[in-house]
Design a protein around this ligand. Structure first.
Ligand SMILES: *Cc1c(COP(=O)(O)O)cnc(C)c1O
Length: 338
């Protein structure tokens, strides 16, 4: 074994003691977007296809759920609870994983019950999840009450945090960063772009990058406006990465400035589909036959294309887009899509 492979194997071992539920079909492919590279006349564009993780139409939450549900099973819980928006990809993948592992699943989704179930919401129903519409409580505020009710009826519930982004879930993205380094040489990569929203993808990739001493910039495109300016999203990602390091007994630590987050594309707010997302979705669909989603990857991909068009990226290097999934919600946006 050469010394690079040695280093990677040695790093993988930091995750080996954690229980895992096998849910994904990994590794996901890395491909070249040759047509788009030609159309944009920019650097070579690569894509990491985490839209193809294989669980229930795929997406980045599969990797987090492998670790979180490994813990659920280890603790002998029989029910999982999580929360999100009505078109949450995290909730859809949680519902599917729970079905596969024969766990009950309760989803707390913001807003009112809609007349029609579409996109991810339709899939949640098909996977047999118990769906609660929680009106203005959009981030799981009602979970403690539900936990009490379920316990009183003899269940042992396990609460999965918003977006699956805790110390355990984000380990899936340390693994993902290691996985990438077994697939391609990264020395010629200038940037990896991805949509960043609850921070687990970001924190995990950041730790893998520093453990492997990689040089590319991890450029998170921020999707939500931070609700709390005193505690910025950048700070939250750094804190998550630091608590993962203590959880895994790793020596390094992160400052706010280590987290690269671009806030330049979120002006319209979460889940609002504008020309920027539509053009990006159509561009990739028509040039490569690959689907993006209206909420996350459409926005992040638009950001990367914008930077390529403005010649902000070195042309002699490669860039990568980390596709985090989400296409099922396209169907829920059909009215505003075309
Ligand atoms: C959840 C999600 C993200 C954001 O990932 P975080 O780890 O929550 O930051 C990006 N893209 C898609 C499609 C998602 O569902």
């Amino acid at each position: 074994m050469n010394c690079k492979a040695d280093l990677i194997m040695q790093k993988f071992s930091i995750l080996q003691h954690l229980p895992k539920a096998k849910l994904g079909y990994l590794p996901t492919p890395v491909i070249k977007l040759e047509n788009l590279t030609r159309v944009l006349g920019g650097p070579d564009i690569l894509m990491k296809r985490d839209d193809l993780t294989g669980l229930a139409l795929g997406g980045n939450k599969t990797r987090k759920l492998e670790y979180i549900l490994g813990d659920t099973i280890k603790k002998s819980c029989d029910t999982v609870i999580t929360a999100g928006a009505q078109q949450s990809n995290h909730c859809r993948q949680t519902a599917a994983a729970a079905a596969k592992l024969e766990l009950d699943c309760h989803l707390l989704l913001g807003g009112e019950k809609p007349a029609n179930f579409n996109g991810n919401l339709l899939l949640d129903e098909l996977f047999g999840a118990h769906i609660h519409f929680t009106k203005e409580n959009r981030k799981g505020e009602d979970i403690p009450n539900l936990v009490d009710t379920l316990k009183a009826s003899g269940h042992s519930p396990y609460v999965i945090p918003y977006g699956g982004s805790n110390e355990l879930g984000a380990c899936g993205f340390i693994e993902a960063g290691f996985e990438l380094s077994t697939q391609i040489g990264v020395d010629n990569l200038s940037n990896i772009f991805f949509a960043s929203s609850s921070g687990g993808t970001h924190a995990g990739l950041m730790i893998a990058k520093s453990l492997l001493k990689h040089k590319y910039e991890l450029t998170g495109i921020q999707i939500d406006k931070a609700e709390n300016e005193a505690h910025s999203f950048q700070q939250q990602v750094a804190e998550l990465a630091n608590s993962m390091c203590s959880f895994l007994n790793l020596a390094q630590s992160y400052q706010v400035d280590d987290v690269v987050l671009d806030r330049g594309y979120l002006e319209t707010g979460y889940g609002v589909l504008t020309a920027q997302e539509k053009e990006a979705i159509q561009l990739l669909a028509k040039s490569e036959g690959i689907l993006l989603d209206p909420v996350y990857t459409g926005r992040a991909f638009a950001a990367m294309v914008d930077k390529i068009q403005k010649r902000e990226l070195p042309k002699d290097k490669q860039v990568m887009f980390w596709h985090t999934g989400g296409a099922p919600s396209l169907f829920a946006y059909s009215d505003s899509m075309l």
